[in-house]
Design a binder for this molecule. Sequence first.
Ligand SMILES: C[S@@+](CC[C@H](N)C(=O)[O-])C[C@H]1O[C@@H](n2cnc3c(N)ncnc32)[C@H](O)[C@@H]1O
Length: 313
Amino acid sequence: MSKTYHKPVLLQEAIDFLAIHDNGLYVDATLGGGGHTQAILDANPTNRVISFDQDKEAIEHTLNLQKRYAGRLTIVHENFSNLWTQLSLLRIKKIDGILFDLGISSHQIDFAKRGFSFMVEGDLDMRMNSNQYTTAYEVINTFSEQRLNEIFWNFGEERESRKIAQAIVREREKRPIKTTLQLSEIIDFATYSHQKMKAKARIFQSLRIFINSELDVLKTALKDAVRVLNPNGRMVVISYHSLEDRIVKRFFREEEKKCSCPESFFVCLCSGQSTIKVITKKPVIPTMEEMSQNPRARSAKMRVAEKKGVNHE
Ligand SMILES: C[S@@+](CC[C@H](N)C(=O)[O-])C[C@H]1O[C@@H](n2cnc3c(N)ncnc32)[C@H](O)[C@@H]1O
């Protein structure tokens, strides 16, 4: 396993918060370069880990881990939105902890051909799972101006979304927009000078989120994670942008509260039952030292919740 594939973020913090115990069964929903998976396995020699990734390059890269931890590690090439089904297929009903380290790995960003970076020339692809149908090329070259505007606004919170969508439609009438640098250049021309880098980052992020349905799959997986956790089992979620973090924060808050009665009711009439206790009232962020050693850790936020004592199955 090469060290450059991905440097795990908040590694020790994630392991500590998972509260790993003897003979536990843990899920790493986002295997990537295998850094967190390996640390969970090393934390206790009696535990087992099921690790998911939808990217076949991550699966291929970590095959040696399966040999090294034979009998303790199962790697599943699947989207974590299928967590419930995949665990059922493995005849697993309950787990003792789950980690989500969201987004993309350094390898995915650095490997220019995948098209995730606006700084290097690559194909407009951006699929995490290469079996998936829609690519960034298709979105950029065939979606209406209105739809592009919505994607840039909803998933990138880009204030100049309309101008950028207009510029894309104008340019693609002359010739197809095929590469990341072609798209970068169009964003450059369409935006104010001090906003160019941020606009490019936001537009690329919005396309990635849309193409991989990142927000929807996260919502599904969080629900399944609560369902499948044993009482006292922990759920650790590391996110890298505000849209993801907001989903996690709201989900935790609602699951902790669970009551859906209007605020004006004095007593709960919906009999909603709280399923989790939030462990981190504020998100945990990397230390200054980690941020200086790994710039990609800068935007990380970790939130942790614990399943309540009663099983709600
Ligand atoms: C930030 S990296 C994880 C890095 C990993 N924790 C490590 O230590 O190397 C995120 C990984 O999750 C994968 N991923 C993202 N969304 C996914 C999803 N919905 N289902 C399965 N894998 C996903 C990506 O392909 C990527 O490899």
